[in-house]
Design a protein around this ligand. Structure first.
Ligand code: Z16
Length: 830
């Protein structure tokens, strides 16, 4: 039971917690108080880390009253909430965002100054929580920011990994992974609640029995269990007094964790058993787009989902709530298939624990979930072997089989006699081994299935789930991704934000379509001047960051050409690399004079999954090309390649605002959406891109003239694939391409070693699954158009301004409105 045992009688006991005064004096008093009482140090003896932790506590204290009030109001209102289920949240640093949400920036800066401290230094002390791989995890973070800002009740549920995405280092140009020890210096943003831990069961068997009413029932007799400890995080809305909750689960051993296999009365063995339990939330799997079918990963998925459902049902609903009406209080959004084990888990809770019949349980369950798919790559679709599932979650496997039977009966009723179709659509795959197709399970169970950009949603219907979309056309919808303008414009680009404020007022931060009002100013020379100056300021800031962080020197006055995203063959970093090598080769061979080369610095940021050999070899090649190109005096410094290690949200916030050119060059039909493309456009970069993912919508909005399109369209890709693609023909048929590849093969970038990069080069020449060679000429031509526009600096700035003015659509606030209207049917609290 929660709360006091007797009704409180002191008036202060029920008064809402107050916030410190919103003044420099109030701030300083609170800060020193936190430094003294939390850190236990005097200002004169405090370390930068002490100061940072005290500052974080101070800002938290300003948010605390709003947080408690948000929880109370939401529970009292008994409205429908969103339960966002995501195995990843790539949050980025918290302090800057919290200062922004509370409007405390100026007060904090001044107050700290009066204490002899520098806000920027303290902000740089924060280690970002990197609890995600890339786009999918960052999307979750943008979405919960938007929901809080729009006053929509939402609980984010996920995993508190002890080690987030690895820290990337380069040794001789090769990626080496280091553990991400983000918790080492303390983690001021979390509120652990070990007393509210939840038990999660695993393994064992099921049995049937007859209950008191004489009904045949099934129950799960698990073999082992762990505890899930909730850690709460504040999710503050922007200047609106709402603070939602992100609840991340950490695994811990239970007292009962002494089962025979781990503990034969042996103390050391028992301690090792603790480690076994705690392993579940130990580390984030570093694969982006290609999941590993590892048992521990399935344990993670069930672990956080079981904790989350239990938490919502037991702690967020009234004691006497009738679970038949569950869908009136929650919609669980499945961020990819990672949390879809929640479907059989809810069925199990309702039937085995709450006494529902199958039909009653399905009636409820089939209204409580919606599913977002983030991919088209077949290898990215999760399939769990029934062997593994049956061993770890025997009751859930039984329920999945029963769901499949019910599903196939519906299919057979809709298509009598079409056994082939039934087999095709079955949630259970038979080859290469028997397994559960998690995307099919999600699609059947969900009220709605959405893709993440218009093209992706179309291809999802036509190519990935055609049978399902034929049977239930209305189940499918699109919600184009978005990004939060608070973090990625207001916070990351203060100079541009100031200019926008001065021009159209401050309303755009929560109503991004208002950027449209900037359009006429593209023709205003004074505005263009200030816009260009903001970009130049961002470049100077980036220059400082890269010098201090990486020892990289950015030259002045270059076109900044940015490709930042996970390293994956389908994203085609190798195509960008061929362009660089080709420019260089043309200078070496005299086809281009140096003064014909547009001064350009290409910046890469990319982590490769540790087990993805081709991706790691590509990183190695990029670094070796960078070494040679950067050192060759023949280029007279007009072409540079910078590859800062460990690209993360913190670096993105510095890099993206400085970008002139945004590289979005995936093979058409492969990138579900992309969100870096949106961040770059909103910060005034022009895109060079294929007709893929959200690029399609960006180009439609900014206009053909202000977007450098190249490459095959998705139908052209499909045609070429069907005809049979042979990359060798492109190599033989294109002298410029051949010369670039031959320069790599000659050993020019590998100290004469002609075989060091065989894996990358021969893959391109003989397989090239993502058709980089086919799109090479078109890409090079588009780059020539880029250079032409850039040569006319005024024309370039005009295009850049129009990119900002016309991409307000890509606010994650708009994405959230779409989810609310098309999928969730929830109401804002206002
Ligand atoms: C991921 O980040 C994405 C897809 C996926 O299957 C797994 C992971 Cl970890 C990305 C997509 O590749 C990207 O196009 C999209 O913008 C992003 O998810 C958010 O939807």
């Amino acid at each position: 039971a929660l709360g006091p045992t007797q009704p409180p009688t002191h008036p202060l006991a029920t008064a809402p917690v107050g916030a410190p005064p919103f003044s420099v004096d109030g701030f300083v008093k609170e800060f020193i108080h936190e430094l003294n009482t939390n850190q236990g140090v005097a200002l004169s003896r405090s370390s930068v880390n002490d100061q940072y932790l005290a500052l974080a506590s101070t800002v938290k204290n300003y948010l605390m009253a709003r947080w408690l009030e948000t929880g109370r109001k939401t529970r009292d209102a008994k409205v429908k909430a969103v339960g966002y289920l995501s195995a990843e949240y790539l949050l980025g640093r918290q302090l800057g965002n919290a200062l922004l949400a509370t409007d405390l920036n100026d007060i904090a800066k001044k107050g700290l100054e009066l204490c002899g401290l520098d806000l920027v230094t303290l902000r740089n002390q924060e280690v970002e929580p990197g609890l995600g791989n890339g786009g999918l995890g960052r999307l979750a973070a943008c979405f919960i920011d938007s929901l809080a800002t729009m006053d929509v009740p939402c609980i984010g549920y996920g995993i508190r990994y002890e080690y987030g995405i690895f820290r990337q280092t380069f040794v001789d140009g090769r990626q080496v992974e280091q553990p991400d020890t983000w918790l080492a210096l303390g983690s001021p943003w979390e509120f652990p609640h070990p007393e509210a831990s939840v038990q999660v069961n695993f393994g064992g068997r099921t049995e049937t029995y007859t209950d008191a009413d004489g009904t045949e029932r099934t129950r799960w007799v698990p073999e082992w269990n762990v505890l899930g400890v909730p850690y709460n995080y504040m999710v503050p809305g922007y200047l609106n007094g709402r603070v939602n909750t992100l609840r991340l689960w950490s695994a811990q051993a239970t007292k009962a964790f002494d089962l025979a296999i781990f503990n034969a009365g042996d103390y050391a063995q028992a301690v090792r058993a603790q480690t076994f339990a705690e392993n579940i939330s130990k580390v984030l799997y570093p694969e982006d787009s290609t999941p590993q079918g590892k048992e521990l990963r399935l344990q993670q998925q069930y672990f956080f989902v079981a904790c989350s459902l239990r938490d919502f049902i037991e702690n967020e609903l009234e004691d006497d709530f009738d679970l038949h009406d569950l869908d009136q209080r929650i919609i669980f959004q499945l961020n990819d298939t990672h949390p879809v084990i929640a479907v059989p888990e809810l069925m199990r809770i309702l039937m085995d624990e709450k006494g529902f019949s199958w039909d009653e349980a399905w009636e409820v369950t089939s209204k409580c979930f919606a599913y977002t798919c983030h991919t088209l790559l077949p290898e990215a679709l999760e399939v769990w072997s029934t062997d593994l599932l049956g061993r770890l979650l025997p009751r859930h496997l039984e329920i999945i089989y029963a769901i499949n039977e019910q599903f196939l009966a519906e299919v057979r009723e809709a298509y009598p006699g079409d056994e082939l179709r039934a087999r095709r659509m079955s949630i259970i795959a038979e080859f290469p081994e028997r397994g559960v197709r998690m995307a099919y399970l999600s699609t059947y169970a969900a009220t709605k299935v959405n893709g993440v950009a218009a093209l992706h949603s179309q291809l999802l219907r036509d190519k990935v789930l055609p049978d399902f979309s034929e049977l239930w056309p209305d189940k499918f919808t699109n919600v184009t991704n978005g990004v939060t303008p608070r973090r990625f414009v207001k916070m990351a680009n203060p100079k541009l934000s100031e200019l926008i404020n001065d021009t159209i007022g401050a309303g755009w931060v929560t109503d991004l379509e208002r950027l449209k009002e900037l359009e006429p100013f593209a023709e205003d020379p004074e505005f263009r001047e200030r816009f260009a100056e903001a970009k130049a300021w961002n470049k100077r800031r980036l220059t400082q960051v890269l010098r201090n962080r990486d020892g990289i020197d950015l030259p002045d006055g270059h076109l900044l050409d940015v490709m930042v995203k996970r390293l994956h063959e389908y994203k085609r970093q190798s195509l960008k690399l061929l362009h660089i090598v080709s420019l260089y080769e043309q200078v070496l061979s005299g086809k281009l004079t140096v003064d014909q080369v547009t001064p350009r610095t290409v910046v890469f940021g990319a982590k490769a999954a540790p087990g993805y050999k081709m991706a790691k070899d590509t990183i190695h090649l990029i670094n070796k090309v960078a070494e040679v190109v950067n050192a060759d005096p023949k280029l007279e410094g007009r072409l540079k390649v910078a590859f800062p290690a460990n690209y993360n949200v913190t670096l993105a916030e510095k890099l993206i605002p400085a970008a002139d050119l945004s590289e979005q060059i995936s093979l058409a039909g492969m990138e579900a959406s992309g969100t870096g493309n949106m961040k770059c456009a909103l910060n005034g970069a022009l895109t060079i891109g294929t007709d893929d993912g959200a690029n399609v919508e960006i180009r439609e909005l900014v206009g053909d003239k202000h977007f450098f399109l190249f490459g095959m369209s998705e139908p052209e890709v499909a045609d070429l694939g069907a005809k049979g693609y042979s990359p060798g023909a492109y190599y033989e048929g294109n002298a410029q391409l051949k010369a670039a590849i031959d320069l790599i093969l000659s050993g020019h970038f590998s100290g004469g070693d002609q075989h060091l990069f065989d894996s990358v080069v021969y893959n391109l020449l003989h397989s090239d699954r993502f058709m980089a060679l086919a799109d090479f000429q078109s890409y090079v031509d588009a780059q020539a158009r880029v250079e032409e526009r850039y040569a006319d600096r005024d024309a370039w700035t005009r295009s850049a301004i129009l990119n900002v003015a016309r991409t307000g659509f890509f606010s994650s606030d708009r994405s959230m409105r779409d989810y609310i209207q098309r999928i969730w049917h929830t109401q804002p609290m206002l």
